[in-house]
Design a protein around this ligand. Structure first.
Ligand code: SDX
Length: 378
């Protein structure tokens, strides 16, 4: 047996073969099934993009209509799931509520037939349909309110915004939110997708797969960074504090949230699009003073850390968009999850098609041939 070099964080080690998405981190290119993210964000919708990712091709009009209709029909969640969610603590983080609720779907839909295409499609539809409803319901219930029922007259994204506020979003807000979900839908072998694939490789049920991915996405080094960015902008407070904040962060080896990426050594193309979307919203709904801080932060970080390839990632501007849409800060990461479900499901399906359980090696650094010492002699 040959021993490979140990790479912390598996940096650069291929963990799978995949035809779902592709990143060129030096050119700043991201493609889903070969189509540039810029094109999808502008011309497609999240649901069409989810279809593309999961089924490997753009849908025909009929296929898209069927997919949308099925998802619309499955948006509601069972009373028992709502009753369970009512018992969640008001101050618990919505990502924990989401992870628990997704895992609970496995209790209610316990049939598992991973080699049955009808089962696979049903699970895909159910997960895509119910996750936004669960995020919105948990948000209402922690405020002591009844969940707002899905509105069958609204599409996927407009309906989610409606379930947060009980008012129909204006067309630009719904369009911008849809583009945000498209941008977050998939990103090769990131930590949560890897987690989903490891779980999928044991042939467990899809709710367990998605629950493990949600738990992985929640951390501040991954999807949790979008919420942390807003907290950081609040902490910085004004444009004139930016340089000191950056210098202190570098001195104290504190990571600047929303910057840096394992793969991108240039500005993340999704950050560029999200910045444009934020600007469109500011034009319609008024300026946000945090945007001035963000712009200065990007300028100073580039000056100080650009030579190390540290630039804004997807999480840097998304929070400013969601803030302008009136979305509470601690829902930013659950929204990332609503979008990334598409990618997780695509990888789940790809993993099942050619499954082998993940079982990497380790390099043991402990002792050998130790003697057991009885407790009264230690
Ligand atoms: C996402 O993988 C994906 O695709 C993820 C994602 C997706 O769509 O799924 O793109 C979504 O998770 C975006 C990342 C969100 N996280 C953050 O914004 C948190 C802040 N960023 C980092 O902690 C960091 O950049 C990571 C976690 C994103 C990447 O970590 P790596 O690849 O392990 O890099 P590293 O921490 O080892 O840093 C390498 C160097 C270090 O300097 P040196 O010790 O070599 O001198 O870069 C520096 C780091 O100190 N560095 C930073 C920095 N990020 C890296 N310095 C200051 N601020 C930062 N944000």
């Amino acid at each position: 047996m040959t021993f490979c070099e140990y790479k912390p964080g598996l940096e650069g080690i291929p963990a799978a073969q995949s035809s779902i998405s592709c990143v060129d981190g030096t050119k700043g290119i991201l493609e889903y099934r070969g189509i540039a993210i810029e094109e999808l964000a502008q011309k497609s919708t999240f649901i069409e993009t989810a279809y593309l990712l999961i089924w490997g091709k753009l849908p025909t009009l009929d296929e898209l209509e069927d997919f949308e209709t099925d998802i619309r029909l499955h948006r509601r969640i069972k009373y028992s799931i709502r009753d369970m969610m009512k018992c969640f603590p008001d101050r618990g983080h919505p990502m924990d509520a989401l992870q628990t609720s997704v895992a609970a779907l496995g209790l209610f839909y316990s049939r598992r037939a991973l080699d049955d295409p009808i089962y696979i499609r049903g699970a895909v539809v159910r997960i895509l349909a119910k996750i936004p409803t669960m995020v919105a319901a948990a948000n209402s219930m922690r405020r002591g309110n009844d969940p707002i029922q899905p509105n069958d007259n609204l599409d996927y994204c407009a309906n989610f915004l409606y379930m947060l506020t009980e008012s129909k979003p204006d067309p630009l807000s719904a369009k911008v939110f849809d583009a945000c979900l498209t941008l977050h839908a998939e990103h090769t072998m990131n930590a949560s997708t890897f987690s989903a694939m490891v779980t999928a490789s044991t042939l467990t049920d899809p709710y367990g797969v998605i629950a493990s991915a949600v738990g992985t996405l929640a951390g501040p080094l991954h999807g949790g960074a979008n919420e942390e960015v807003l907290l950081m902008l609040e902490e910085i407070g004004t444009v004139k504090n930016v340089r000191t904040y950056v210098e202190n962060s570098i001195t104290n080896k504190r990571k600047i949230m929303g910057f840096g990426h394992r793969v991108y050594k240039v500005k993340d193309p999704r950050a560029t699009i999200l910045q444009e979307l934020a600007e469109q919203l500011f034009e319609l709904k008024g300026h946000d003073e945090y945007y001035d801080i963000a712009l200065e932060l990007e300028r100073v970080v580039e000056e100080e850390l650009g030579s190390k390839g540290i630039y804004p990632n997807v999480d840097f501007y998304s929070g400013l968009v969601y803030r302008k849409l009136g979305i509470p800060q601690d829902l930013f990461t659950p929204i990332f999850a609503i979008a990334r479900v598409a990618g997780w499901l695509a990888h789940w399906k790809e993993q099942l098609a050619e499954n082998r359980i993940f079982r990497p090696a380790q390099i043991y650094t402990g002792l050998h041939e130790q003697t057991y010492i009885p407790i009264d002699e230690r």
